[in-house]
Design a protein around this ligand. Structure first.
Ligand code: SF4
Length: 909
């Protein structure tokens, strides 16, 4: 393999290094940021992750020959951690020895990737030549280097749409048999899954037997078996519930949904399920499928549109690389699937979003790619599957408005069950905002400006129906006219300029004025979102709201009529209506129902403004802002207790439900966990079980509450973070409750740490998606990561890479209007305490993931309330200490761990 003789640039928080194109070995030299920028502006340099480099150099226009783009072209759908070390591993090259050695690696990696294109064994060759011809026209920087290395195929190669297999229609699944699982057979199945030689874990066995109860035949309609199972980290709960699940699916022939909250757990489930099920059944179908919301998958029609001129400039290059990926993807999942999370950030995130089907514009059987569509394939695969791995939001949406009632989940395991409340809270929420309303307008009318895209309004999508059915045509015309009342392009600008147009824009203007008049959250100066409760609204406001409500009703009526016409067509189909046409009408009817429901929810929201408040709901007005820039205005409604609709929609129709988590209940108390399960609403007494973690927390972990870092003192906070990370030699996860403080701390310590060989990454600072940040952190034991909520329980990093968790302060809940209402209804400060203990327990849970993990959990809090200490597992040592003492303890542990590592890696005598 020959390194590519082109200059290569690397920049970290520790400095910049340039290697000239000569490859004599002494060519790399440190340079200043200014010189690095000049060099990059002069010639295209070999670089890794242009947006990250641009942030490091403070030069947003940076471009060059980005190795990640080349990797995405050469090895689509293949995993790589997007760091020098990660690239070295993926390409089997020598790891760089420090920052100064990175440019050498970049030259070698470029050489290796280009060589691969000439290799007859290149697995992803098919389609490369065709894609390259388009990339040459787009002047993609790598195109000239690839030309000549990729031979024109002797015969026309199968291109994306030809390569993808077609899905097959599946027969409707019969209803499951009613079976009772005996304890012996459950345990026997568990032993088979864990391997007969695996250590018999008594906690796991008890857990599996408990979980099996949820699969017993239901005794009364509307009364599912519900199990709440608190399972400490390490008991092996995944196989614990997969054992009865696999047994039941085998004996009953039904489908079980396992629902998760994080992608990390979905990934783990996919792996663990292989112990119970083969990849394919004898008939070629898959017994285990991963199912996500349709907005996660690539829409082939959108991609085709992007490839044919819908995208231009850099976005067009992205479309080509996505097309390369789609041809090799396992399932077309763009968000958390095998599309690299970093690909979107190399271009622009919206590019990826525009390729999914977010706006419900799917034309189903009217689409030329319908039979190859990833979304349709995933939906069909889940009908006959034994196990469907989904997420909480999807399970709820499917239960509420699944297209096919027969495929609604009836046996469900909610893993990460402590998140069901939050997922229900968002699923059953209503929001009438500018952004939502303009989407609806576009769905009905189509885009306003002449657009290259394929987005079309209702009349274009249903043109054939309109020409056949007079009443349908009239309904479409009426809906089109009524949708003119919704906000149009430029609505926000018009509101800012006091020139709102139409009843909905006038409503949003009134909302904005009220919010600015009343908000006292302190967010006005800080640039955050603003809100005020929807109460005490004057007559003028109520009048505007009523006008808006009437406008919405005028739109809803023709949509209902259109839905009825479509139904009539399905009942008495005309001769020309073939199978695909029928499927398309069914699809259209489904999206219509959803819109009609949304409009009804908006109308009822507006109807209540000015009247007495409904105790079931919390309503408020909000202006959403990011860094002082307004991006949305709206009226929001949440259920005071979202588990009420959850219970009706998800629990009541189900036969068996398990909710499980390491942090389900608060301390020793089940009362709140039961209330938060939704079971009281349907009058079901859940079965309760508790399984203690087998970990020895007394010797594996230590909680340090640092009492001498003053709250709100950014320099002191930064110094504490910097010194703690140094003391542990990296491997630290820093958790913040405010982005502002996270950025301030990162800005003060990142350079110094990097110079000491301790890279620091941060959410909201580095232009890298969260999943990739966690991959980078996992891959480098010297790296540390700062983040906010999403990291509190989305990080599963067992082993040495995570040995210190630092919380900047006690995670008090944000005092929003919604929180205040729930606090008032649930016991005041006791409610807060429950939430905080749950957050602390989840954060602590990141630290000890296996029997061999050791580490410190540090909270910087001068006055940590003792009543919160029960958040930590029993037996965990807790000490209130000064920062100096904490540093000492962390450093002692780090040096002990290093000694152990060295000992462990010594060759045996
Ligand atoms: S069927 Fe719908 S989602 Fe699938 S490719 Fe066609 S338009 Fe896109």
């Amino acid at each position: 393999m020959a390194a590519l003789p082109l200059p290569a640039l690397h920049a970290s928080h520790g400095g910049c290094w340039l290697r000239e194109q000569d490859l004599t070995g002494s060519g790399t030299r440190p340079i200043s940021k200014g010189d690095a920028v000049m060099a990059a502006a002069d010639t295209p340099l070999l670089i890794l992750n242009a947006p990250l480099l641009a942030t490091r150099l403070g030069y947003p226009d940076l471009s060059g020959l980005d190795l990640l783009e080349l990797y995405a072209f050469v090895h689509p759908a293949r995993f790589v951690v997007p760091t020098p070390k990660g690239l070295a591993h993926a390409l089997n090259l020598e790891e760089p020895q420090g920052d100064a050695d990175v440019p050498r690696l970049l030259q070698e990696a470029a050489g290796a990737l280009l060589d691969m294109c000439g290799n007859p064994e290149w697995p992803e060759r098919e389609g490369a030549w065709t894609a390259l011809q388009s990339l040459i026209r787009m002047r993609w920087p790598w195109a000239t280097l690839l030309t000549g290395r990729i031979q024109r195929p002797s015969q026309a190669e199968r291109w994306l749409f030809a390569r993808l297999p077609e899905w097959e229609e599946t027969p409707e699944a019969p209803q499951p048999r009613q079976v009772v699982l005996s304890e012996e057979e459950v345990l026997e199945r568990l032993t088979r899954l864990t391997g007969s030689t695996a250590e018999q874990r008594s906690g796991q066995r008890a857990y599996a037997v408990e979980a099996a109860n949820a699969f017993a035949p239901r005794e009364r309609a509307g009364r599912p078996h519900v199990l709440l199972a608190q399972a400490g980290t390490g008991i092996g709960k995944t196989l614990g519930y997969l054992a009865p699940t696999s047994l039941w699916t085998e004996k009953a022939g039904g489908t079980v949904w396992v629902s998760t909250y994080t992608k990390a757990l979905q990934r783990q489930l996919r792996q663990e399920s292989r112990r119970a099920w083969p990849e394919h059944r004898a008939d070629g179908t898959r017994p285990v499928v991963v199912r996500k919301g349709r907005e996660n998958y690539l829409c082939l029609l959108n991609l085709e549109d992007a490839l044919q001129g819908g995208f231009s400039g850099r976005a067009a290059v992205l479309a080509q690389l996505v097309a390369r990926w789609a041809a090799y993807s396992r399932d077309g999942d763009m968000i958390g699937g095998d599309l690299p999370g970093w690909l979107g950030t190399l271009f622009r995130q919206r590019g990826i979003a525009a390729l999914t089907d977010r706006r419900g514009e799917c034309v189903y059987a009217g689409c030329p790619h319908y039979r190859k569509c990833f979304i349709e394939r995933a939906a069909r695969a889940s009908v006959g599957a034994d196990l469907v791995i989904g997420n909480h939001a999807l399970v709820m949406v499917n239960a509420a408005r699944g297209r096919d009632p027969a495929s609604r989940p009836t046996r469900i395991v909610f893993d990460e069950g402590h998140h069901v409340f939050d997922a229900a809270d968002s699923t059953f929420a209503a929001a009438l905002s500018g952004a939502e309303a303009i989407e609806l307008r576009r769905w009905v009318i189509g885009p306003e400006k002449a657009s290259k895209g394929r987005r079309r309004g209702l009349s274009a999508r249903l043109a054939d129906i309109a020409s056949y059915d007079e009443a349908g045509a009239q309904a479409i015309t009426a809906a089109r006219a009524a949708a003119e009342a919704l906000p149009g392009d430029g609505w926000m600008q018009r509101i800012l300029e006091n020139a709102a147009s139409g009843p909905l824009e006038e409503l949003l203007a009134a909302v904005r004025a009220t919010v600015y008049a009343r908000d006292e959250s302190g967010g006005q100066e800080a640039g955050y979102g603003l809100e005020t409760e929807a109460a005490g609204l004057d007559g003028a406001f109520v009048e505007i709201a009523q006008a808006a409500r009437m406008a919405l009703a005028e739109l809803r009526q023709p949509l209902i009529r259109l839905g009825m016409r479509l139904e009539a067509l399905l009942e008495e189909p005309p001769d020309w209506l073939d199978g695909p046409g029928r499927a398309r009408i069914e699809g259209a009817r489904h999206s219509l129902t959803w819109r009609v429901e949304t409009l009804a929810a908006w109308e009822s929201l507006l109807d209540r403004l000015g009247g007495p408040a409904d105790p079931e709901y919390v309503d408020w007005l909000a202006v959403d802002r990011s860094e002082a820039r307004e991006f949305d205005i709206g009226i929001h409604r949440r259920w005071l207790d979202p588990m009420k609709p959850f219970a009706k929609v998800v629990l009541e129709p189900a036969h068996g439900v398990v909710m499980t988590s390491a942090t389900l209940r608060d301390g020793e108390d089940w009362t709140k966990a039961i209330a938060r399960s939704g079971t009281p609403t349907i009058d079901v007494a859940p079965r309760l079980s508790i399984h203690q973690s087998p970990f020895d927390y007394a010797s594996q972990a230590e909680v340090l509450i640092v009492t001498d870092v003053p709250k709100g003192d950014i320099p002191a906070l930064s110094a504490a973070f910097g010194r703690l990370i140094e003391a542990s030699g990296g491997g630290a996860l820093g958790l913040f409750t405010a982005i502002r403080r996270l950025r301030a701390v990162h800005g003060r310590i990142a350079d110094r740490l990097a110079r000491g060989g301790l890279p620091l990454y941060a959410q909201h600072v580095d232009p890298i998606d969260t999943g990739t940040l966690v991959d980078i952190f996992r891959d480098d034991p010297a790296a540390s990561l700062l983040g906010t909520d999403a990291l509190r329980d989305g990080v599963d990093v067992p082993g040495h890479s995570l040995r210190l968790v630092v919380m900047e302060q006690v995670p008090w809940p944000r005092p929003t209007i919604l929180h205040r209402a729930r606090r008032l209804a649930n016991g005041g400060s006791a409610y807060d305490d429950t939430l905080i203990r749950a957050k602390l327990a989840q954060a602590f849970g990141r630290l000890i993931r296996s029997r061999d993990d050791h580490g410190h959990f540090v909270v910087l809090s001068p006055a940590f309330p003792s009543r919160l200490l029960s958040a930590f597992p029993a037996g965990t040592p807790i000490r209130r200490v000064s920062l100096d003492e904490a540093l000492q303890r962390v450093a002692d542990h780090a040096s002990g761990a290093t000694a152990e590592t060295i000992e462990a890696s010594d060759p045996p005598n």
